[in-house]
Design a protein around this ligand. Structure first.
Ligand SMILES: NC(=O)c1ccc[n+]([C@@H]2O[C@H](COP(=O)([O-])OP(=O)(O)OC[C@H]3O[C@@H](n4cnc5c(N)ncnc54)[C@H](O)[C@@H]3O)[C@@H](O)[C@H]2O)c1
Length: 319
């Protein structure tokens, strides 16, 4: 175990944060969370040994206070939806580009040693033949992907100009507990099964993603915090497994014990990449990262979490 660190987690009350903050606290790190609760919820961290501060990453005073005494930052706070970034690119720019710049700049001035930031694989690289890796040319096809690329650019520049030890992690599509507020396909499929409505697939079902369990994503973030890697490093944290939307629908139906649940196909959506999965070879080499959760097991346990933590409190149930 490396020395415990005092870590600020921006956006730590969100989906990824809920698992990450638990992992960090369990490893003995001292954690403070800065979150404005737009999509996060302090209840996600109930009973967890972490300090919660309500505030916005674009608010210099709130950020300065939150950084006081911190040695490291894990920057998760973001407007995370591809579809919403197309509807409202200005808000996406404001939170993701300006917000990330503010975090990096305030961290540098506060003397923070290490910054790990959440980036994205599929949306940032765009339509490329998978598996993608760190050598793939980024060509984002949505404002969200562009905003993440801009954030990586600033982090690299800050590592070169100010010696900040930055690491950007490009996640696959994350799934797992505490994802009930997300709009991803797995959540939508589970909600549809629960409500007795058809599962909607946009496009012909052949588009694909790299579904990575949140426990593995959180482990990647924690390793990037703890291990010594050069500033400006960019790594894919993924499962390395390609899953089409049609396959995912089948896996969700199997996990829910509803193999014949109806599926409805609708036209594909702009800004969504067609195929995506990533190689994590470099993350394995530099961080010792390797995914530990098998897709079928992870989807089954996620369905169980939805059943126990979300659907049990939802009177809409039609099952
Ligand atoms: N979930 C995925 O599949 C996925 C894939 C690739 C990358 N990512 C990235 O991982 C990170 C975490 O994603 P997530 O899925 O947990 O999303 P999330 O929306 O659940 O979490 C984001 C958190 O940031 C907070 N936040 C948003 N704007 C803020 C602001 N201006 N100031 C302070 N807090 C703010 C939200 O309240 C929320 O708690 C994001 O940077 C996202 O872009 C996620």
């Amino acid at each position: 175990m490396t020395d415990p660190k005092r870590v600020l987690v921006t956006g730590g009350a969100g989906f990824v944060g809920a698992t990450l903050v638990r992992q960090l606290a369990d490893r003995g790190h001292s954690v403070r969370v800065l979150d404005n609760y737009t999509t996060g919820d302090p209840a996600h961290l109930a009973g967890v040994d972490a300090e919660l501060v309500e505030g916005d990453i674009r608010d210099g005073a709130a950020l300065g206070d939150a950084l006081d005494g911190m040695q490291a930052v894990i920057h998760l706070a973001a407007a995370g939806s591809v579809i919403k970034s197309i509807e409202d690119p200005a808000t996406n720019f404001d939170v993701n580009v300006l917000g990330t710049f503010r975090v990096l700049d305030a961290a540098r001035r506060a003397g923070v040693e290490r910054i790990v930031q959440a980036s994205t694989g599929g949306a940032l690289i765009g339509d490329a033949t998978p598996p993608v890796d760190e050598g793939s040319l980024p060509k984002p096809i949505s404002p969200y992907g562009a905003s993440k690329l801009a954030g990586e650019g600033y982090a690299y520049a800050f590592s070169q100009c100010y010696g900040l030890r930055t690491v950007a992690l490009r996640f696959g599509n994350v799934y797992g507990p505490w994802s009930a507020r997300k709009q991803g396909a797995m959540n939508m499929f589970f909600q549809a099964i629960h409500r007795g409505e058809p599962m909607v697939i946009y496009g012909d079902g052949t588009s694909s993603r790299d579904y990575t369990h949140v426990d593995d994503i959180a482990a990647g973030l924690r390793l990037a915090l703890e291990r010594d890697v050069p500033g400006g490093t960019v790594l894919h944290i993924a499962s390395g497994v390609e899953t089409t939307v049609a396959e995912l629908a089948d896996l969700c139906r199997a996990a829910a014990g509803a193999p014949d649940h109806p599926v409805e196909y609708r036209p594909g959506r702009t800004g969504e990449v067609d195929r995506n999965f990533a190689s994590y070879d470099l993350a394995r080499e530099l961080l010792g990262y390797a995914p530990t959760i098998k897709r079928e097991d992870g989807i089954r346990s996620t369905w169980q979490w939805y059943t126990e933590s979300v659907f049990s409190a939802d009177p809409v149930s039609a099952r």
